[in-house]
Design a protein around this ligand. Structure first.
Ligand code: ZN
Length: 500
């Protein structure tokens, strides 16, 4: 018997991040990818080994992205839109690309679940005829991120064909219907997908949690799965009605093996406690830039205690873009323009377009004094936060922060696995010891806990359960050993057949 639907995992297998799942439906003649991410560790290894190489071929030979010969797809990668920053400048490359058309391909689309780079970064290399399906705000974040990052080949999005969706929309690809539904994660625009294939319903969670401020969104996914199961049921005869079943659940399992009881509310409560007895003059704080909930909590604390909240000009550009076009109320606040406690540290001397935008934003409202420079850090008036994303800021802390002030470092990263995690352990252990700054960790994860995953799986009640985005997929088999659910552990590049 020929199987109708096939799932092949090219990334996120036995590891956290870099999800790439190929879904082929032979009956509907549809081929799509669920996410097209790059694992952060793989990418840094590639960069270390080939610092000056900007070829897709080398990237795929190192298995950072799938090799063309392993894919049943023609021309998955772009022929013309690969940017080599060693050979040309960004505007020149854009001019070169104008009017160019990549060769035809038989891939029908790539669905991006959320704007963490371990889920989308591979799209820079994709054939420009392939539609990229993303949430409306997801696309905005991906683009703002690319604009405020180094102009390199992994950030070159020019020419991509975007198709945007919202919760409530139906994505129709030939006869296949796909329902995107928002879920709670460490960023406000993560989606799960309910895919109605010819073999039945397949659910892909993307990354999700059930303990964050938007936990009701994850509940919405569960609700929608049940609704789709009902409407996609078949009349078997005049008298019997069979509800549609979830034939496969592709479920993230970052924290399937360990949990802690935590929430954004607890993060806030701990911070308040610390501030009630605050013996420090400044706080260096670190979290992922896209982690909007965390950003809001810290700015709220800064406002409440009248501390300055210093962010870099690149961060200001990023947040301001998203403020301006915010659809969700949660992304209007904190508002970069209107919040006087937010001070912008201008580090970059070159006049990039994004930098001009930041200058203009505050210039237009007569608040240019809110932009400061490194030297100004030495004579700041009052107590302050300094938000950092990476180790390069060590020099700033060492050379520019006043020595007579007492500082503290708070790591509030979503997860060591989160996209933005680049803080070197050495920084925390050695360098902070060296400058006499104690470090704290106040944190809530972006991923579901074991008990939440179990509850989630039971609600969806799939025939097959396929773990992804976890270092411990076999743990799923142990947890669900006595149930009718068949746990299938994916092997990289080996198709899993899904029968109706
Ligand atoms: Zn994520």
């Amino acid at each position: 018997m020929e199987h109708k639907v096939r799932l092949t995992f090219f990334g996120g297998v036995h590891r956290v991040g870099g999800n790439i799942v190929l879904l082929e439906d032979l009956d509907y003649d549809v081929k799509i990818f669920l996410d097209f991410g790059i694992n952060t560790i793989d990418f840094s290894k590639f960069r270390k080994n080939f610092p000056d190489n900007n070829e897709t071929k080398v990237l795929t030979d190192c298995h950072v992205l799938p090799r063309e010969i392993d894919l049943p797809i023609k021309n998955v990668y772009s022929k013309y839109f690969i940017f080599d920053h060693n050979k040309s400048q960004y505007p020149q490359k854009v001019r070169e690309c104008e009017g160019k058309v990549d060769p035809p391909t038989n891939l029908d689309g790539i669905l991006i679940s959320h704007p963490h780079r371990d889920h989308y970064r591979g799209i820079s290399f994709i054939n420009r005829n392939i539609p990229i399906y993303t949430g409306v705000v997801t696309k905005r974040i991906i683009k703002a991120y690319s604009r405020s990052s180094a102009q390199r080949f992994e950030n070159f999005l020019y020419g991509l064909k975007w198709i945007r969706f919202r919760t409530g929309n139906v994505i129709q690809i030939k006869n296949m219907e796909i329902y995107p539904v928002h879920v709670d994660h460490s960023i406000p625009v993560a989606y799960g997908f309910i895919i109605c294939t010819s073999a039945g319903i397949i659910v892909y969670t993307g990354d999700f949690r059930m303990h964050g401020p938007l936990q009701l969104m994850t509940a919405d996914l569960i609700k929608k799965v049940k609704e789709v199961c009902k409407t996609k049921g078949q009349i078997e005869s005049d008298f019997t009605y069979r509800e549609g079943e979830v034939v496969a659940l592709i479920c993230e399992g970052t924290h399937i093996h360990k949990g802690s009881i935590e929430s954004e509310r607890i993060v806030k409560r701990h911070l308040r406690k610390l501030f009630n007895i605050m013996p420090f003059d400044y706080v260096i704080v670190q979290y992922g830039r896209i982690d909007w909930d965390r950003f809001r909590i810290y700015v709220d604390i800064a406002k409440k205690y009248n501390w300055k909240y210093i962010i870099f000009d690149k961060d200001a550009y990023f947040y301001n873009r998203l403020n301006k076009k915010a659809i969700y109320d949660s992304m209007k606040d904190p508002n970069i323009e209107a919040t006087d406690n937010i001070i912008i540290l201008s580090q970059e001397k070159r006049k990039f377009q994004w930098k001009k935008e930041v200058d203009q934003m505050l210039g237009n409202i007569g608040k240019s004094e809110r932009i400061i420079h490194l030297e100004d850090l030495k004579h700041l008036d009052g107590r302050f936060f300094l938000y950092v994303t990476s180790i390069q800021y060590y020099d700033i802390i060492k050379n520019y922060l006043p020595k007579d002030l007492r500082g503290v470092f708070i790591s509030s990263n979503v997860d060591p696995y989160a996209e933005e995690y680049r803080m070197d352990k050495r920084f925390i252990s050695t360098d902070l010891l060296d400058i006499g700054v104690p470090s704290y960790r106040i944190h809530a994860s972006g991923h579901a806990k074991p008990h939440d995953i179990i509850r989630f799986v039971h609600e969806i009640d799939p025939l097959k359960l396929i773990p992804i985005h976890t270092e411990h997929p076999e743990f799923f088999r142990k947890l669900f050993r006595e149930e009718r659910i068949e746990v299938v552990l994916p092997i990289r590049s080996v198709p899993i057949e899904i029968s109706p």
